[in-house]
Design a protein around this ligand. Sequence first.
Ligand code: FE2
Ligand code: FE2
Length: 179
Amino acid sequence: MWYSLTHRLRQFYFGMSAVYLKEDAAFVSSYLNSEEVALFNQLPTFEKKHSVIVAKKMLELALYNPELDPRKLAKLGLLHDIGKVLERSGIVTKSILVIVRFLFPWLYNWLAELGVRNRLFRAFFIHRHHGLVGAQLLAKIGVSSEFLMMIKKHDPRVEPFAPDDPIELKILQQADSTY
Ligand SMILES: [Fe+2]
Ligand SMILES: [Fe+2]
C-alpha cells in the first residue's frame, strides 16, 4: 500500500516536471514511421516522456534476452500508451483519475464501464481501457496484429498476464511498472 502510494506520488512529480528533449524526439523517429510519429506527438508531454523511458528500459532488459528483436521492443514501448491521445487530460485530471482508482477502485471501474456510453464519464473509460483504444487507433494506420494484441492487453490491472502471452509483453509490463 505505502509503496503503491509513494509510486503514485513519484509519478505525479514526474508528470509535473517532465521535459521532452530533442534527443527524445530523435529516438522516437528512429523507431516509428511518420504516421506513428504523428500519432505519438498527440500525446501530452509527460506521456511522451514516459513512453520514451519505458522503451529505453525495454532496450536495457533486451540485453538479457538476446533472441528478441530490440527494434520491436522499442516500438512496443513507444506505442503502448498511444490510446491516451484520446484522454485529452492534463496532469491534474489524470491525477484525479489515478487517485480515484487508488482509493476507490470499485467506483473507478464502475465509472469506466458507464463511460462506454455516457460521455460524462468517457475519460474514465479511456483511462481504464487505453490499451484497447490504442490498439484500435493503431489498427487504422496498419500496425501489425502482433503489436495490437500486446498493446491491447499491456495493463495487467485490466487483463492479467497469461502463461502463453509473449515474452515481449512481459518485458513491457516490467518496464512500465518501473515508471
Ligand atoms: Fe498503459
Ligand atoms: Fe505506460
